[in-house]
Structures are given as structure tokens and as C-alpha cells.
Write a new protein. Structure first.
Length: 320
């Protein structure tokens, strides 16, 4: 017998999705442009304040370069997330219709988010200096990710959407010195991602319950491979963004400073897209709650080389 709405965990997601739904033009962009006189990505995510030799103008510029890539990479990952959600929704097609509706709504929202980030890129490209380069192709990334097990893709998706919420709540929302349009984009994104994270947890745990020990071992290996692949994307984008920043910065920097800028951008991207998610308490509870000690050690060992990428001097407290 189908669950009643009050007992069905998907029903609240549907209600919230209807309540917070927004339109790109009428509710977010509203005929505005990005304000290049303000920061985009806050310092707790961009880590620009760790590069204390940058001029104030160049700190703002680097926050805008990183903010542009922040939007681009979200659009990139939402390509595979939307495809996976549509795939998973078919498991509910002839079963729980609330689950089906919740997941179809999520896929629709992810498509809208991709469109929003494409619009952002076109607007930033028109107003920022030429030379910016996006280094990964969305369909190629999605094809590679989707070749991995459902468990690993859902774990990665849960991680991404949980750190999305943490970034907005702890770092973006409290700041009043950011570009208003850029901040509004991520406020709108946060509203819908809050529902997506609920669905990610439900579907990840459903998938985990299907696996035996050997299958989970293999899935852990897939998750580690995905983290390595994400880091490869971040390394390539960090190199491109360092070169772009150097070409448009108002101040010429010495070789050692340019090296520090490149390292700082990579550290920031690893913090944004890997380490801040791994350190998120809800993600740790869910992921490590289904792993045995040996599997948890495999994940921890794989992450160890990246865990330097936390804000100086303190980690999660420094998101702001």
C-alpha cells in the first residue's frame, strides 16, 4: 500500500520545492549586471586574504575570477547530477509516485540551474576582460562520472550538495560586501539545493542497502576515483585561472608571487570542492556510517594529500 503523504519523506520535499521555486529572469537576474566594483566569492572560500601581497583591487579581481569558476564548476557537476537523478527516478516509476515526482522536480531544477550558470557566464564574459578559459567539457565529465557505480555517484552528489548549503549559510549569506546579483544567484541556488540534499541522502541510503560487502568495496574504489578526477579538473582550472588573473591584474607580480597565486588558487579550489565537503559533519555521519573500518581507512588515506587545503589558521570556522 502506498504511504500517506504525512508518512512519506518525499512529500515534504515536494511541498518545499513548490514553495521556494524561482524564475531566472523575474526572481534572480531582474535586468541587472554583475557589479565589478565588489567581491564575488567571499574570502572564506576564495582564500584571497592569504595572499597578503595582493593589492586590494587585485584581491577583488581574484575573487571575481574564482567566482566565475565557482559558477562554471557548479554548472559542470549539475550536468551529471541531473542525468543521474533522471536515471534513479525510473526505479520509482511504477512505485512511489511521490518519490518519482520529487526526483523529477529535482531534475527539472538542476536543468534550470545549468541554464542560470550559462547565463551568468555569458554576462560575465561580456563585462570581464577577454581570456578566461573553462577547461573541462560538461558532457565529457558527465560521461566519465556516470560510468561509475550508482553508490559512488550518489555519494559524490550528496557531498556536493551538502557543501553547497554550508558555503551559502556560513560564508556567502552573512557578507554584505559581495556583488548583489552574484549573491542572489547563490541564494536562489541554495533554496532549491536544500531539497536536493534531502533526496540525495534518501537515495544514497537506498542504494547502499542494495549492496553486499564486495559491491560496497568496489563502490568505495569508484568514489576514490571520482575524487581524483574532480581534483584533476580543479588543477586544470586553477592553472587556467592563474594565467588569466596574471594577464588582467592591475599589478605585476614577481615570479615567487605568481607561484604563490597559482598555489593559492588550487588550495582554494580544493577547499571549495573537496575538503569543505569532506569536513561537513552531516556528510561524514552519512558516509562513514555505512563504511566498515577498512573502507573508512581507504577513503581517509586517499583524501590525506588534500587535507592541507583548509583556510589559515582554522578550518570550518574560517568559512566566513
Amino acid at each position: 500500500m502506498q504511504s500517506t503523504p504525512s508518512a512519506n519523506p518525499y512529500s515534504k520535499v515536494i511541498a518545499n520545492s513548490k514553495r521556494v521555486r524561482w524564475d531566472i529572469d523575474n526572481d534572480v537576474i531582474r535586468h541587472r549586471r554583475f557589479d565589478l566594483g565588489r567581491m564575488f566569492l567571499p574570502g572564506g572560500l576564495s582564500l584571497v586574504n592569504e595572499l597578503d601581497f595582493l593589492t586590494a583591487d587585485d584581491r577583488r579581481l581574484l575573487s571575481q575570477v574564482q567566482g566565475r569558476s565557482y559558477a562554471y564548476i557548479f554548472g559542470l557537476v549539475e550536468r551529471f547530477i541531473g542525468a543521474k537523478v533522471l536515471e534513479i527516478s525510473r526505479q520509482h516509476a511504477l512505485g512511489d509516485q511521490m518519490a518519482l515526482e520529487a526526483l523529477v522536480r529535482m531534475a527539472d531544477e538542476e536543468l534550470k540551474h545549468q541554464e542560470l550558470f550559462r547565463r551568468m557566464e555569458a554576462m560575465m564574459a561580456a563585462d570581464m576582460p577577454a581570456g578566461y578559459m573553462a577547461t573541462a567539457e560538461p558532457n565529457a565529465v558527465a560521461t566519465a562520472v556516470l560510468s561509475k557505480s550508482n553508490w559512488s555517484v550518489l555519494a559524490l552528489t550528496l557531498d556536493i550538495e551538502l557543501f553547497t548549503l554550508a558555503h551559502y549559510r556560513a560564508s556567502i549569506e552573512p557578507r554584505d560586501d559581495l556583488c548583489e546579483l552574484w549573491k542572489d544567484v547563490f541564494r536562489a541556488h541554495w533554496k532549491e539545493e536544500s531539497q536536493h540534499a534531502v533526496l540525495d541522502e534518501i537515495e544514497f541510503l537506498r542504494e547502499d542497502a542494495r549492496l553486499n560487502a564486495d559491491e560496497r568495496d568496489a563502490a568505495v574504489g569508484d568514489l576514490i576515483d571520482l575524487v581524483v578526477a574532480v581534483d584533476g579538473i580543479l588543477q586544470a582550472q586553477a592553472r587556467a585561472d592563474a594565467a588569466y588573473f596574471e594577464s588582467i591584474a592591475s599589478h605585476r607580480y614577481a615570479d615567487a608571487q605568481r607561484s604563490a597565486i597559482a598555489s593559492g588558487i588550487l588550495k582554494a579550489y580544493r577547499w571549495q570542492y573537496i575538503v569543505s565537503g569532506v569536513m561537513e559533519p552531516r556528510f561524514q555521519k552519512i558516509l562513514f556510517g555505512v563504511l566498515d573500518d577498512r573502507q573508512a581507512a581507504r577513503v581517509t588515506d586517499a583524501l590525506q594529500p588534500l587535507l592541507y587545503a583548509v583556510p589559515t589558521p582554522s578550518p570550518m570556522a574560517s568559512l566566513q
